[in-house]
Design a protein. Sequence first.
Length: 257
Amino acid sequence: MKRTFLTTIVALLIAGNAMAWDNRSHSTIARIAEKHLTPRAKANIERYIDGHSVVYYASWMDYNRTFPPYDVTHDWHVDYWTDAQRTDAEGNPLPPQSVDNIKRIMREMSDFRSMPDSVVNINIKYLVHLVGDMHCPVHVNFAKYRPLKIKWGKEQIKYHKFYDGYIIALKHKNASPLALADELDRVDDARRAELQAGTPDDWHEETLRYSTKSYELLPEDKVITDKYLSEVAPLAEHLLVAAGYRLALIFNTIFDK
């Protein structure tokens, strides 16, 4: 029997360990951002994170969010609100946690040299991760897609797990985060400036649109096909690249001084 691309990759990933969004893709975003830091911003950032690359801390929040004192950040990663819950009792919009905290950190870090080194250190770790999470389609519509399950190969798994964990791994199964960053980071300066335009709120709205599009492309029976992967992988790749450029913009704005 002829094996499809999908069944071949499924077999490979079941045999090994699929890299999740919090590993491969977060590190790819961080690496793309690092490539576009100004020399001054890069030096200032590395001074506060013990000389490490920002890639080193790309998934730090995920690994530490259950441990005090960082457990307060547990809900920052995803937007838990349903469509009916996006306003408070007075009708005021409830901001997505990731966006709200990104904007807060950007305001506080505008005068980073007046802050304790430890606070600057932790805020760098927060930014490098939250900007990535804000560009994950399932994260920005978590309440809607959290219970959704799809059929993938012989497995029935959560759509969240599949989108976070396997779409990029299926497309780029042999690529390290550094190699994937080099592969995706190929746009010219004008296009990069277009992607960096706007605000964190605008970027979040874009991800919501991509979230809706990704869901609408799912087959009615929720069985993942090669066709679905070929349609949705470019959406995920676009968001990785956009997240990397936007993270670079944020870091340069704060630290290039």
